[in-house]
Design a protein around this ligand. Structure first.
Ligand code: GDP
Ligand code: MG
Length: 141
C-alpha cells in the first residue's frame, strides 16, 4: 500500500443539504486526511474543463449545469490507498446501486445529483488535484 492523494468534491446537492460535516466525518473516520480544501462556485468553463473526458456523453450538459448550480467543496484527501478508499466510501455512481452505508446511498438523490466526486485512478487524481490546487495550497504532513 502507498500513501496517495485524491481529489474529492462535495457536490452542490450535498452542500445545499447541509451535510458537508457528515461527509467529511466519513473521510476522517476512514483515516483519510484533508490536506487542502476550498469552497467555490464553479464557472461553466471550469466545470466543462474538469469533466472534459465526458464531453461527448449525452449527460454532459446536465452535468455541467448541475455542477455550476451552487457552491461545491473541493478538497485533496491523503492516506493509504486514498483513491480507492475514497471510491469505496462514495459508493456507485447511481445511488440506487450504491452499497448501504456509502455516502451516495445515504445522501444522494439521483445519478445526476449524487453528492460527491472522487478521482478514479492515479492519473486522474494527479490531473484533478492540479486542476484545482497549486503545490503551495496543499499542506503536506
Ligand atoms: P463517477 O466517477 O462515479 O462520478 O461517475 P462518472 O465519472 O462516470 O460520471 C461523472 C458524473 O456524471 C457522475 O458522478 C454523474 O453525476 C454523472 N453521470 C454519469 N453517468 C450518468 C448518466 O448515465 N446519466 C446522468 N444523468 N448523469 C450521469
Ligand atoms: Mg468519474
Amino acid at each position: 500500500m502507498a500513501v496517495e492523494r485524491t481529489l474529492s468534491i462535495i457536490k452542490p446537492d450535498a452542500v445545499a443539504k447541509n451535510v458537508i460535516g457528515e461527509i467529511e466525518s466519513r473521510f476522517e473516520k476512514a483515516g483519510l486526511r484533508i490536506v487542502a480544501m476550498k469552497m467555490v462556485q464553479l464557472s461553466q468553463e471550469k466545470a466543462e474543463g474538469f469533466y472534459a473526458e465526458h464531453k461527448e456523453r449525452p449527460f454532459f450538459k446536465d452535468l455541467v449545469e448541475f455542477m455550476t448550480s451552487g457552491p461545491v467543496v473541493v478538497q485533496v484527501l491523503e492516506g493509504e490507498n486514498a483513491i480507492l478508499a475514497n471510491r469505496d466510501l462514495m459508493g456507485a455512481t447511481n445511488p440506487k446501486e450504491a452499497d448501504a452505508g456509502t455516502i451516495r446511498a445515504d445522501f444522494a438523490e439521483s445519478i445526476d445529483a449524487n453528492a460527491v466526486h472522487g478521482s478514479d485512478s492515479a492519473a486522474s487524481a494527479e490531473r484533478e488535484v492540479s486542476y484545482f490546487f497549486s503545490a503551495e495550497e496543499i499542506c503536506a504532513r
